[in-house]
Design a protein around this ligand. Structure first.
Ligand SMILES: NC(=O)c1ccc[n+]([C@@H]2O[C@H](COP(=O)([O-])OP(=O)(O)OC[C@H]3O[C@@H](n4cnc5c(N)ncnc54)[C@H](O)[C@@H]3O)[C@@H](O)[C@H]2O)c1
Length: 506
């Protein structure tokens, strides 16, 4: 199918939020768009709304007035499904209901020509199941856009079990024509983006559930140390628990209770309490007048100067600790063993402070651990053993904030906060690659564009070090016994071989 010609006619069924966005993109790229909706007037309302959007883009200088007029003229509301007869492609964006989508496609097959491609914008249903009741399931594919469609510049092109190769190729070409980055994915729960996105929220919830840190501290660490635009709890509040918790449960169940995607009772309970987030005025944060109210970071106590003895597992990290101590002008304890009153500052990878103190034969009452996986420049995270004396913690906080860098204090945890969340995200992305759901490049593109992470998870894993992330996962798996932390074979092999996580199978 030639999706590049000026004669291409695209039908859109369901002219709600998504249908309108898809219509706008298609019309702007020179495609004739027929709009149909089961609710009378809805298609006409969509034409008016998209026309107004195009006009306002023209007023802002983002589009010429002539292009806006031409695009609006390509929008053709129609009053019946029968008017979709001449379409080359029909995209459905109706209610998220399997029966409704199957029945629609069955009716459309009797209307459209034999070469017409039928695409579904479903986010959570199986494309294979939607196609299964069609006479020609081979012509059905997934075309999954994100909201808001014009700004989220990625579209997942989904191959169902019986989708013919030309369908994916045509949808890929059409996505490019519409100015979006197509990513190809096998028909699996959550496709790429909603699958890869499981790690961020579920692991942050585990950290909260284990009492390691408060929700706002977890957000601060992941924003300021790891570099996410939003913390997981801000994101949950923005999306609304009524949307995010069912998605978590659905992906978990669809993968037959794969422990990596296990949701948290914390969310179910908060959902029951009506603490939905911004839309209900209160979630993890309070949202007065629709605005998230900040939670101030706790004041750091001031502690006494004392000699500092340092140890780190990773090459270079001991030097980083030495530099921090010297820059603050504190005395170093350079002995083989720490002197009786020295602070023992350690930088573990994967292990908790307790395990590190015991492994090194240190006094757990004087041991404080700092996370160096993300470098020492950004917000630093420190954790204590259950018996670290407050005076030693206060000294460590004073030392580590001496240069003005923010410091978060958490309770003892295998893998701190950012290490375990990043290791989880990278591990899930590796398993998406391992299952051949998508190529490594498409996984990274889908996550960067669809979730707004600062980097694709596989490239991010490379930057942090696959061997290091494997170590974090193995430590978490050993400490918890929870199979959610078992390393994906994709990660484990590449880490041990010392090659990039983007390395495909040959
Ligand atoms: N909103 C999102 O963030 C988002 C993102 C990606 C995918 N999706 C998927 O896109 C689809 C549409 O979502 P939306 O948010 O645009 O919904 P919406 O409620 O805004 O719009 C749905 C439209 O479909 C119409 N409709 C319902 N049943 C119909 C039928 N049988 N025939 C014709 N029209 C019918 C409704 O009248 C309505 O105008 C769903 O499958 C949804 O899962 C939504």
């Amino acid at each position: 199918m030639n999706v590049h010609g000026s004669e291409l006619i695209l039908g859109i069924v369901g002219t709600g939020i998504m249908g309108r966005g898809i219509a706008q993109l298609a019309a702007q790229s020179g495609v004739t768009v027929r709009l149909f909706d089961a609710r009378p007037q809805a298609a006409e309302e969509a034409r008016v709304a998209v026309g107004a959007t195009l006009d306002s883009l023209a007023a802002k200088g983002k589009l010429s007035a002539e292009d806006a007029r031409a695009a609006t003229a390509r929008l053709q509301p129609v009053a019946s499904e029968a008017a979709l007869a001449g379409c080359h492609v029909v995209v459905e964006a109706i209610v998220e209901d399997l029966r409704a989508k199957q029945e629609l496609f069955a009716r459309l097959e009797r209307i459209v020509g034999p070469d017409c491609l039928l695409a579904t914008n479903t986010s959570s249903l199986s494309v294979t199941a939607i196609a299964s009741t069609c006479e020609r399931p081979g012509r059905v594919g997934g075309f999954h856009f994100f909201n808001p469609v014009p700004l989220m510049k990625v579209v997942e092109v989904i191959d169902g079990a019986r989708t013919e190769p030309w369908v994916g190729e045509a949808l890929t070409g059409l996505a490019r024509r519409m100015g979006h980055r197509p990513v190809r994915a096998a028909d699996t729960p959550g496709f790429i983006v909603n699958h890869a996105g499981r790690g961020f929220g579920t692991e942050a919830l585990r950290v909260l559930q284990e009492g390691i840190a408060s929700f706002d501290e977890i957000d601060r660490i992941l924003r300021e140390a790891a570099g996410f635009r939003m913390g997981p709890f801000e994101l949950l509040d923005l999306t609304g628990l009524d949307v995010s918790h069912p998605v978590m449960e659905s992906v978990y169940e669809q993968f037959y209770q794969e422990p990596r995607y296990r949701p948290s009772y914390v969310l179910r309970q908060r959902l029951a309490a009506g603490l939905l987030g911004r839309k209900s005025g209160r979630g993890f944060y309070s949202h007065e007048g629709g605005k998230q109210q900040p939670v101030p970071a706790p004041e750091l106590p001031r502690g006494e100067r004392r000699p500092v003895w340092v140890a780190a597992e990773e090459a270079g990290w001991r030097d980083t600790l030495l530099t921090l101590v010297r820059a603050a002008g504190w005395a170093l304890d350079g002995g083989d063993r720490p002197a009786p009153e020295s602070l023992c500052l350690v930088a573990p990878l994967g292990s908790d402070a307790t395990t590190t103190a015991l492994a090194l034969g240190l006094d757990a009452e004087r041991t404080v651990a700092v996370d160096l996986l993300f470098g020492p420049e950004r917000r630093r995270t420190v954790m204590t053993t259950p018996v670290t004396r407050p005076a030693f913690l206060d000294s460590a906080l004073t030392l580590l904030s001496a240069d003005g860098t923010a410091v978060s204090r958490i309770h003892d945890s295998t893998g701190f906060v950012a290490q375990r969340v990043l290791a989880t995200i990278v591990n899930i992305a590796c398993d998406i690659a391992q299952q051949r759901i998508a190529t490594p490049e498409d996984i990274d593109a889908a996550v960067t564009l669809g979730l707004g992470y600062p980097r694709g998870p596989l490239a991010w894993g490379d930057a942090l070090g696959p061997r290091r992330l494997l170590k974090v996962l193995e430590a978490m798996h050993a400490a918890s016994g929870d199979p959610r932390y078992r390393a994906s074979p994709w990660l484990s092999r590449r880490a041990r071989l010392g090659v990039s996580l983007l390395t495909p199978e040959n």
